[in-house]
Ligand binder design. Structure first.
Ligand code: PEP
Ligand code: MN
Length: 687
């Protein structure tokens, strides 16, 4: 009894302390924002000052991570917090760069309309956007439909409408596109919201007893796997997620649940039964802020411009229109075609480009494009909120080099038959493969690392944190292991896939894992960002053909007794099926030499770089077989021009269930990165 009372008291004391620390954190954050505003004011007075100062942000991040680690915190965790703070700060400063907004700040209450009930994702996004857009007060009003929201804007009952325009899973929202066409309204801003669905019900409810689940049809569709697991529940489409939460609260029945945001659940007094219930890891919706007048952002803010285009019905009209932007090196971020209801089989195009309407290059491109279109209307120029500044992506920063580029001179190549898909041809650009924002190929050097096999939840999480901290941008780990002996550890299979995905998510690392059998492709594709074909399967043509039909990049390892030509023909199998995203990997071959596990054929890397446009990476681990040889071989691979490395590393190599002799430790990875820095700098490349 006494012990229990003491425990309760101790717990309460600790909680009071936590509350005190939280209050202090917020006070300090407010103090930081005040200083950010001051900097914004100064930047606002100078015409030159750019909003984004990548050098300064990079150095703040590096220092912050170091200080956090010295204090015993995870550098990754601390870094995520800082990235949020920096993003919010940048937006706060934006208001100061705009003389109109700075002058009008706080002058009047702005009214923003959205579709849905309070607590709907649209309202959350509106609150987020106006937290920095407007320093005065904002009133938010929900409307039943998109059209009703737009009507209210026309009738000046609201100042702005915030409507969803596209979702990362479901795609474009046709109704909203249509409403923009004949409205004369302008896009004045955008916002992105990361949707996080929860299953919520009245207090006292139990997951096993839930009989009915209500939500917006889109949300129900996004949680299909979870709902099927619940067996025998009746699914009820509702007009809105927050509305579904409200109806569950009103029904007073603990057997009914809603899928909604955690915020909406809390607003209606519901408790969360389960989090992370969506099928896909990331579910992001982009909203546009629509106003009656154009509102051009200041020129120093990275901006985007939306266009509405109607092409004449002639051959090559679309290509000519797009070429106008290409000619000015303007990047397109979206192109969507919508039917024209009154003229079947004629299409309207919604095109977003990077840049400000008043940029000279964009003005030139628009003039040129206009001459070939039946209609080209600028729907608005507004601050771009969809891009994380690339300089904050990676924790390791390398000195810029001005040495010779690594690009080999074009040579006559005998290993790739003319006209083959893998061949580097004159005028062809090198393939750069984008894996969830990580680019493989080009002038980037990619470090992939992780254990040989996923062994347990603790092991893979610890490994992910360890390699991420050392500059790896992708996590490896085998779930299905091709072992020489049937008695060795064969991998955790499907459980391993789930653990790998969890670890990748926790540390924001895309993941790569091997597939052994055709029947496992769907599960591996669902869990992995890159699918690996191991050395033992390089000529499994049936498997290669199937991988030609998937949309994930394939990491193809060279077979241990295959020639370079055979490796390229294996890649050809995948590419012939349509999938052009092949990463070639040299991992050592069998020769008469037995002092290394395999003979790392760096000559082959040089040949491949000259003969193909595909990215080429090196696995020094399976070539070396022993730890002390891995780093020197890895450095040699960088020197010869490889686009990256896949290296085995383990938080406790002595305990590894697979390939423990060759697993690097965290310190080994540090040595590797230190060695890579001058080599890459001399080639004009970065990590
Ligand atoms: C691996 O990468 O885990 C592996 C088994 O490699 P390889 O296929 O090159 O032997
Ligand atoms: Mn291995």
């Amino acid at each position: 009894m006494k012990r229990e009372a003491e425990d309760t008291e101790e717990l309460e004391d600790a909680r009071t302390e936590i509350d005190r620390v939280d209050t202090e954190l917020l006070r300090m954050l407010a103090e930081r924002m005040e200083l950010v505003r001051k900097v914004g004011e100064v930047k606002g007075r100078s015409a030159e000052a750019a909003l984004l100062d990548p050098e300064r942000e990079r150095s703040i991040l590096a220092k912050w991570t170091k200080t956090a680690e010295a204090a015993g915190l995870s550098g990754h965790f601390a870094g995520r917090i800082l990235r949020e703070i920096l993003a919010h700060s940048r937006r706060t400063q934006e208001a100061h760069l705009d003389p109109d907004r700075a002058a009008g700040a706080g002058a009047r209450t702005l009214r923003v309309g959205y579709q849905g009930e309070p607590g709907a994702y649209s309202e959350l996004a509106a609150a987020k956007l106006f937290a920095t857009r407007n320093s005065g007060t904002t009133e938010r009003e929900g409307f039943r439909t998109f059209a009703a929201t737009i009507d209210a804007l026309h009738q000046e009952r609201i100042d702005y409408a915030l409507l969803p325009i596209e979702n990362s899973i479901a795609g474009g929202i046709a109704d909203v596109n249509r409403l923009l066409v004949d409205s004369g309204l302008m896009i004045v801003d955008e916002e992105v919201w990361e949707v996080e669905h929860v299953l919520a019900a009245l207090p006292g409810a139990e997951l096993a007893a839930i009989a009915r689940v209500r939500s917006h049809a889109a949300a129900l569709a996004q949680c299909g796997v979870f709902l099927r697991r619940l067996r025998d529940v009746v699914v009820e489409p509702w007009f809105d997620t927050a509305g579904a939460a409200e109806s569950v609260a009103r029904a007073g029945d603990t057997r009914i649940a809603a899928i909604a945001s955690e915020e909406a659940a809390a607003a209606h007094g519901l408790v969360v039964l389960e989090r992370n219930i969506a099928d896909e890891d990331r579910n992001v919706t982009r909203f546009i802020l629509i106003g009656r007048e154009e509102e051009l952002p200041p020129r120093s803010v990275p901006a985007k411009t939306s266009l509405l285009v109607l092409l004449d019905h002639s051959e090559g009209a679309l290509a000519r229109c797009l070429a106008a932007f290409e000619h000015e090196s303007i990047n397109l971020t979206r192109i969507e075609s919508r039917p024209q209801p009154r003229t079947p089989w004629q299409y309207l195009f919604f095109i977003d480009v990077e840049g400000h309407r008043l940029d000279e290059s964009l003005e030139r491109a628009l003039a040129k494009a206009r001459s070939g279109c039946n209609l080209l209307r600028v729907l608005g120029t507004y601050p771009m909120r969809t891009k994380q500044p690339a300089h904050l992506d990676v924790g390791v920063s390398l000195p810029e080099g001005d040495g010779p580029p690594s690009e080999p001179a074009p040579v006559a190549c005998t290993v790739t038959p003319a006209g083959s898909l893998t061949a580097m041809q004159e005028g062809r650009t090198r393939t750069i493969i984008d894996v969830g924002g990580v680019r493989i190929g080009g002038d980037r050097f990619t470090l992939i690392s992780g254990p040989c096999a996923v062994e347990s939840r603790e092991q893979i999480l610890e490994a992910a944190g360890m390699v991420r901290k050392r500059g790896a941008v992708m996590l490896r780990g085998g779930a299905f292991k091709p072992r020489s002996s049937p008695y060795s550890f064969q991998g955790l299979g499907h459980e391993g896939l789930a653990l790998l995905r969890e670890a990748g998510r926790a540390f924001e690392l895309p993941v790569v894992t091997e597939v052994l059998r055709i029947e496992d492709i769907p599960a591996v594709v669902a869990a992995a960002d890159v699918v690996q074909v191991g050395a033992r399967n390089m000529q499994n043509f049936a498997l290669l053909r199937e991988l030609g039909r998937i949309s994930r990049p394939v990491l193809l390892k060279r077979g241990m007794s295959s020639t370079v030509k055979e490796l390229l023909m294996a890649a050809e199998y995948i590419m012939a099926g349509g999938n052009q995203q092949v990463i070639l990997c040299e991992r050592g071959i069998r020769t008469f030499e037995t002092s290394t596990r395999n003979t790392l054929d760096l000559g082959a890397v040089a040949v491949l770089k000259a003969c193909t446009h595909l990215p080429v990476i090196v696995d020094p681990s399976h070539a070396a077989g022993v730890r002390h040889l891995v780093v020197p071989l890895a450095l040699a691979a960088a020197a010869v021009g490889a686009d990256g490395l896949i290296v085995e590393a383990h938080p406790h190599p002595e305990e590894a269930l697979c390939d423990k002799e060759q697993a690097l430790t965290g310190e080994d990875l540090d040595r590797l990165v230190r060695g890579l820095v001058p080599i890459l700098a001399s080639q004009g490349r970065t990590m």
